[in-house]
Design a protein. Structure first.
Length: 216
């Protein structure tokens, strides 16, 4: 199979499961209630419509709407969230029960530096897109010499000093958070989370374990 054909085959397996996530949250400032809107990305991982994304995308929201690959907009609810791993699970709520195309998780242990990967999502709240790069580091951490800047925190939980990201150079932007990093077999090998020149994705084994524990 040619390189282009391999990329298209991989995308075709995951694209139907990709969602854009629009969230509304409430904040308080100087006694006033402020409504904030933001967007991110996610992937449907069960036929029942469970979506894996980042906690920092959807962990604290009042309203969630998911836009499917068909451009259909469906409200969703937060099933649960884990700030320490920055993983959250949503469930889309269609008007009538139905099944959804679910993407599969891949074996992150088989990932090697130099492997090509695809970052999918909705950057800057635009429609679905994909970028391509290679794996730069399979256990990327923030060095101690960067302290205290290596202390990435979410809701008071210290994430930056314990997470081992998959480092890659596929460009990601705001709105890509929570979207899948996939291999050329069309399997999720990471959940994109950060970008510091290099991008960092939460490894799929951790994301899968946390997501299905939340669902269970």
């Amino acid at each position: 199979m040619s390189d282009g054909a391999a990329v298209h085959a991989a995308l075709s397996k995951v694209a139907p499961s990709l969602v854009r996530i629009h969230v509304v949250s409430l904040d308080h400032q100087e006694g006033s209630e402020l409504k904030r809107e933001a967007s991110g990305s996610g992937t449907i991982i069960t036929p029942e419509g469970h979506v894996v994304t980042n906690h920092h995308v959807a962990g604290k929201t009042r309203a969630i709407v998911c836009t499917l690959s068909s451009r259909e907009e469906i409200p969703a609810e937060l099933v649960g969230t884990d700030p320490l791993s920055d993983i959250a699970v949503l469930k889309v709520k269609p008007a009538k029960p139905r099944t959804f195309p679910a993407a599969a998780f891949g074996d992150v242990a088989s990932l090697r530096v130099g492997d090509r990967v695809l970052a999918m999502g909705s950057p800057l709240a635009l429609s679905q897109s994909v970028t391509m790069g290679i794996v730069s580091n399979t256990e990327m951490i923030m060095p101690r010499l960067f302290w205290p800047f290596n202390r990435m925190t979410l809701d008071g939980e210290d994430v930056g000093s314990i997470v081992r990201w998959i480092g890659h150079d596929a460009p990601i932007f705001g709105g890509n958070s929570g979207g899948p990093l996939i291999n050329l077999n069309g399997e999720i090998v990471g959940v994109n989370e950060i970008s510091m020149g290099l991008a960092g994705a939460i490894p799929s084994d951790l994301a899968r374990e946390v997501a299905f524990a939340i669902i269970k």
